[in-house]
Write a protein that binds this ligand. Structure first.
Ligand code: HSE
Length: 337
């Protein structure tokens, strides 16, 4: 499968490492040979129809800060040109999230679909701004569209609900969907560590958003909730539809009182048809949502299965590559590979 990588930050690099590490496994298990024919970032691009040497690409990008530094690379070459002109089967849209406009990811995805290319993305921005439009554009263009990595990082929240729980009506989705706030609340609980210090640690772990207020004020959780509501509950929600409170007012006293009552405080997103909410909630210790550290967890309330919960690593390049790779394998299978 010929693949174009648009965006070569943490996730693009993590995925490239996974392609290298998993090459023979993918071939042996699925008959899948991903061939990265182009990589683009904000500074330029490199194209090779025979397939780029990913180890060299990673080395060049890490040393010089752009894929354009790789052999044959060109500075100033635009993503749109590559997406439209390079012959490929799948475009990975892995540029940073912009929750206001969805750009540049939104345009990248639309152009890729219109050019007849399947799209896989981790980018929350385009999904939050224009989920329905993209979903129907994919259908009109006859291309596959996957976004497993946009919610839950490595945790297959969307695919679990879509595939394995397909016979159920989803009545409610509750989730700890933000690793940064979960890390902060956990450290405040277990060690009584001060807010500012733990926030800095979360930033050093590389899981916090560039602007950490997106994490702290529950905006990142709200974005993920909108994606779940639109993709799994058939809603057409926007960020403004989410009632939202962050964790900035949670102090040591509230945490202590919760602990004394056998509970823990988590930033929880709750989606029901017609109602979306994010806020700090008391969760009983031992409940599947009472996960610690940077973990994410989701509980589905269902008509047949009653409750199903899933937990795991919600951020990080290696962890997220699990979902990005899973989407490619899924498209390969869907197309009969
Ligand atoms: N800032 C996000 C988090 C990254 O902390 O979960 C993953 O979307």
């Amino acid at each position: 499968m010929r693949v174009v990588l648009v965006g070569f930050g943490n996730l693009g690099r993590g995925l490239s490492r996974a392609f290298i590490q998993k090459a023979s496994f993918l071939h042996r298990s699925y008959g899948l040979i991903p061939r990265v024919v182009a990589a683009v970032d904000e500074f330029g691009a490199v194209v090779d129809e025979k397939g780029l040497d990913l180890a060299r690409l990673l080395e060049a990008a890490e040393k010089k800060g752009t894929v354009a530094a790789a052999k044959g690379g060109k500075r100033g070459k635009l993503a749109i040109k590559v997406i439209e002109d390079v012959e490929a089967d799948v475009v990975y849209e892995l540029t940073p999230t912009n929750i206001k406009t969805g750009e540049p990811g939104l345009t990248h995805i639309k152009r890729a679909m219109r050019a007849g290319k399947h799209v896989i993305t981790s980018n929350k921005g385009p999904l939050v701004v224009a989920f329905r439009e993209l979903d129907s554009l994919a259908k009109r263009c006859g291309v596959e569209f996957r976004y497993s990595a946009s919610v839950g990082g490595a945790v297959p929240v969307i695919e679990l609900a879509r595939k394995l729980l397909a016979g159920n009506e989803i009545r409610e989705i509750r989730g700890v969907l933000n690793g940064t706030t979960n890390y902060i609340l956990t450290r405040m609980t277990t060690e009584g560590a001060p807010f500012e210090i733990v926030l800095r640690e979360a930033q050093e772990l590389g899981i916090a958003e560039k602007d950490p207020t997106l994490d702290l004020e529950g905006i990142d959780t709200a974005c993920k909730l909108v994606i779940l509501a639109d993709s799994l509950l058939g809603m057409n929600a926007k960020l403004g539809d989410v009632r939202r409170t962050g964790i900035t007012r949670i102090g040591p006293e509230a945490i202590r009182l919760a602990q004394e009552a056998g509970q823990t405080i988590k930033l929880v997103g709750i989606a029901r048809r017609g109602s979306l909410e994010v806020g700090p909630k008391l969760v009983p210790l031992g409940h599947p949502l009472a996960v610690g550290g940077t973990l994410n967890a989701v509980t589905f309330e269902l008509d047949l299965a009653r409750e199903i919960s899933i937990a795991g690593f919600g951020a990080g390049p290696k962890e997220t590559s699990s979902s990005l790779l899973g989407d490619l394998i899924d498209i390969h299978r869907t197309l009969g590979g």
